[in-house]
Design a protein around this ligand. Structure first.
Ligand SMILES: [Zn+2]
Length: 607
């Protein structure tokens, strides 16, 4: 497959058509005759071909839509990790009057002035550019919608739609034929990792990529009520073309959770069945095949929908099945968005009031759950049609292999383990204090619009301090980090020295749940877990035993209480007899020589 690259983003205001013309002359831009594609990518081609647009083609197509119909506006957001911009395509019932194309604030202005009172949907495509069904589906859907007559059934009268045509611009530009080894088309596509080889769908809390900065900026500008991230599955074979990860309802909480389970999911599943694309929950198989059941996916805030749930947004990940023809995957993804739109025609107001209720719940919560685990004693089940499978001799390995027989199906109810229970709950303090020294963490919070005030002067405050008693770090890098597993945390109230400019962060703000989950050391995707505070977890000063022996002797002689505590400790630690260094270590830690900040988590809470 041809790889096309351009030196830099050429699409600046007013340049769109000129640049397009130059690119076409140079043979670099739109599809060429040898691709067998029409240069305008009409809806049929987007849906019926085995091709997906390159980044350049997607931008050109988006620009053309915005030029042709002013209900569409194309906005250039910040830069991706390869320097080219990420775009947002906004589709509203009213024509864009300002034609301001620069930045997320232009999107926000347009939504605020022209989209008021309606539900807003954000659709993210090609976070994994090898899974581009949503790119084709979104462009085809927008073309369909723009051709519809105005009236109460027009989707734009029910909702504001914001599309990110291609999010992982760097990955999209690594065009190749084959890295999706098990996937049935398209003929060429981008690569999963971004320019820094990051999986952007693990990057929403740690924000290592510029893409994540752009996303977070857009997300807060749009403040979507519904979010959809489009993907293609991996894993088992089965007849369904579309599967769905709804943000985990128990993790979503007591307002969003039941709404998702009882109102939204039945409508979406029923709608998809009526459209001829019966859908099942994402097949995360318990065993080798789906027959043994599937497990509900817990998408913590590192994932897009886990992140959007922190802000009360209803999040969905569509996972079209990798072995179905690309054209079918595109159609099923498009149908999902259409079904969602149809549902919003009647239920948009319900979504808006649910979201207000969720905001009230979080604002009033004295405690928030920050960690969940699969329930052992509760299970759901789901009707499922699967392919017969068998294990047979492998000519390749001479061992056994799995083979699905797609001519034979079975239908039954299979276990669906999708009940999660909280495994850690945190008190929400009135405020947190984050010293300015931890500026990488501060920057993440600021990127999310967190309100914080600098302390006006140096001070000592009595605050709740967490000590990380026990933790482990990953031996191998994972997404650019060595994430920590926090095993135990102790808490005490202590005086803490703070300085002018350290940050006081009130919990009474929109970011309340976000703050609880990125600042709690017990949360799945806390900034602590992602190594933002690693230097706090290393002791800086040590002692030499032969010197400290004499110091310890003096200490014990002068402090009766210490003598008694030491004697008690000796009785519970008989192993000290064989390892006197451990006894000395205990005395060192009990002495004023030991640094009080060892393993002290440097985010403090009001007591
Ligand atoms: Zn994916």
């Amino acid at each position: 497959m041809k790889t096309r690259t351009l030196g830099h983003p050429l699409f600046t205001p007013g340049w769109g058509q000129v640049v397009l013309l130059i690119l076409m002359v140079l043979g670099l831009g739109c599809q060429t005759a040898e691709d067998g594609l029409d240069e305008h990518w009409p809806a049929e081609q987007l849906q019926d071909s085995n091709s997906t647009p390159t980044w350049e083609e997607a931008v050109a197509m988006a620009q053309r839509l915005a030029d042709q119909d002013h209900r569409v506006s194309l906005h250039r957001l910040g830069k991706s990790d390869i320097g080219r911009p990420i775009h947002a395509l906004v589709l509203l019932a009213e024509e864009d009057r300002s034609r301001d194309e620069e930045g997320a604030h232009a999107v926000q202005n347009r939504l605020e002035t022209q989209g008021g009172g309606k539900v807003t949907v954000l659709v993210n495509n090609a976070i994994h550019p090898g899974e581009p069904c949503g790119v084709n589906a979104s462009f085809a859907l927008i073309q369909d919608w723009l051709a519809l007559p105005d009236g109460p059934q027009n989707p734009l009268n029910a909702a504001n739609w914001v599309f990110i045509p291609q999010y992982n611009v760097g990955g999209a530009s690594r065009r190749n034929c084959c890295t999706r080894a098990n996937q049935n088309g398209p003929e060429s596509y981008g690569f999963r990792g971004n320019a820094a080889n990051l999986d952007l769908n693990r990057d929403f809390v740690k924000m290592d990529s510029r893409n994540a900065e752009v996303f977070v900026d857009l997300f807060h500008a749009v403040n979507p009520d519904v979010f959809v991230d489009t993907h293609t599955s991996n894993g088992a074979d089965y007849p369904y073309t579309m599967t769905l990860i709804t943000t985990q309802p128990d993790k979503a909480g007591p307002v969003m959770g039941p709404f998702l389970r009882e109102v939204v999911e039945p409508a979406l599943y029923q709608g998809m069945a009526q459209e001829g694309w019966p859908m099942v929950p994402y097949v995360y198989s318990k065993g080798e095949t789906p027959e043994a059941g599937v497990v509900g996916f817990l998408e913590t805030p590192r994932y897009s929908t886990g992140f959007t749930t922190l802000w009360g947004t209803l999040g969905f990940t569509t996972e079209a099945h990798m072995l179905k023809p690309f054209a079918d995957r595109v159609k099923a993804t498009k149908s999902f968005l259409q079904v969602l739109s149809d549902w919003l025609l009647s239920s948009g107001p319900e979504v808006l009031s649910m979201r207000k209720e969720e905001a009230r719940r979080v604002a009033d919560a004295r405690e928030l759950e920050v960690r969940w685990t699969l329930a052992q004693d509760q299970r759901d089940s789901v009707d499922f049609t699967g392919y017969a499978s068998q294990r047979m001799w492998s000519a390749v390995t001479q061992g056994t292999r799995l083979r699905y027989d797609t001519s034979q199906t079975w239908t039954k109810r299979i276990p669906f383990d999708n009940r999660y229970v909280p495994s850690a709950t945190e008190r929400v303090p009135t405020f947190w204090v984050l010293p300015q020294a931890w500026r990488r963490a501060v920057a993440r919070l600021q990127a999310n619009g967190v309100r914080m005030t600098p302390l006006p002067r140096d001070t000592v405050m009595l605050l709740e301090v967490s000590r990380i008693e026990s933790f482990q770090s990953a031996k191998k890098p994972y997404e650019g980090h060595h994430p920590l597993t926090i095993d135990s945390v102790s808490r005490s109230v202590q005086p803490v020295q703070l300085y002018r400019g350290d940050w006081q962060i009130p919990s009474g703000q929109n970011a309340r749940r976000y703050l609880a989950e990125v600042l709690s050391p017990k949360a799945h995707d806390a900034l602590l877990v992602w190594n933002f505070f690693d230097s706090a977890l290393q002791q800086k000063e040590h002692f030499s035993g032969y010197v400290f022996e004499d110091t310890a002797e003096d200490l014990l002689q002068g402090d009766e209480a210490l003598r008694m505590r030491y004697a008690a400790a000796q009785t519970v630690h008989p192993e000290w007899k064989d390892n006197p260094r451990l006894a000395l270590r205990w005395l060192y830690e009990a002495s004023p020589h030991y640094e009080a900040t060892d393993n002290r988590y440097p985010v403090y809470a009001s007591p």
